[in-house]
Design a protein around this ligand. Sequence first.
Ligand code: GLN
Length: 470
Amino acid sequence: MSFFDTSVSEVVSQVQAGTITALELVEKSLAVIAEKNPEINAFITVSAAEARARAKEIDALSSEEKSKMVLCGIPVAVKDNISTKGIMTTSGSKILDGYIPPYDAHVVEKILAAGAVIVGKTNLDEFAMGSSNENSAYGIVRNPRNLNAVPGGSSGGSAAAVAADMVPLALGSDTGGSIRQPASHCGIVGVKPTYGLVSRYGLIAYASSLDQIGPMGHRVDDCALLLSVIAGEDRRDSTNSGKNYEIGSFGSLKGKKIGLPAEYFGEGLTDEVRAIIDESKAKLVAAGAELVTVHLPNVSHAIASYYVIATAEASSNLSRFDGVKFGYRAQGTTSLIDMYKKTRAEGFGEEVKKRIMLGTYVLSSGYYDAYYLKAAQVRTLITRDFENAFKECDLILSPVTPAPAFMIGEKTSDPIQMYLTDIYTVSANLAGIPGVSIPAGEVNGLPVGAQLMAPKWAEKGMIDAASVLA
Ligand code: GLN
């Protein structure tokens, strides 16, 4: 199943030719959302009126204007930590309830200019902190493939919206796996670009040195199309590289070396997922690639390093939510300090509070050297591990998660078990390299993805190989 029977670009050609209208596509999307969202809860906000008005605007354009729009009339869902002018943006938090951004994120400007229609804002773990979408102030999201299972997180709403055919494409953000892991759990494609390829302007920051926005969709070519729209220069994000991503014809894998990190296929990986990754290996070999074993000796420390760095950055980034500038403010307070305290106590959820405390602790004088500095050093070692591995291979193949989606409530009482589900994804963020999750198989009806990772800026080769696995 998929929203369209064909690729998004074929449907775009039909909208451009006038054989189908943008309004028809939006009505189809809104109808599926009305039918399925009450159960799945993929959307926090459905912007039906704005979407219809925008679709009519697109339909009224001249064919010459439409011909320049590569997403002409396509309904897209946007994760609710990405700012949309005039549409509530909560980041899954009560502290931003009612916050209406006065500006669009860079990626939103880009997709609108390309003719996309935003149908709504998708649910997420509060401030993108989580792996299951059970941490949202707007309720849990259910996995469309099994309503008792989690969709993954934190972009669980975007993944579920695509998997349930509410939209053909969605935007997510990935700080430690939040595009790839829910894509894997919901059976769709998700791309985390190289750090610096896509501007973070207008993305509500979780951990700024790790965050990247990326595309989620049913097909590899659809995600490549959306990536080509959102990548590119933006001076408003100082870490933006100015590089573009251009889609071309998919190249051959003949003579390409695919690295299999020994450390990713050891203890902790379930037999079911291992068997599915074996099938992916076979597909790559059949396409002409050669498999080689590589080593990432420091990745066993990736989770520890990630959760120190991410919480440290989050504790700083979230200090701006104080009841003064955005969203929620506690009532009945007696002084400024009291207002700050009560607003943050009432506005933030448990997981966010835990991470702010952890992050403040690892940055505090006396502990900085022992925790934050060590984690930053480990990050450098992991980055070098990947640089060395890529001297011996063009791409790396690995699992996305050790097991398929778990059941709702199964891991909420055991945060360490929850954090360990990120074991194969966080390293790409620490190293700043791109990664993609491609549907690779199923276990008891639950989808399982395979992950490809590439050197920085090598999205093209990574997406070529992903199209072989799809
Ligand atoms: N699960 C990871 C975390 O909780 C990753 C989240 C993300 O990529 N936004 O931090």
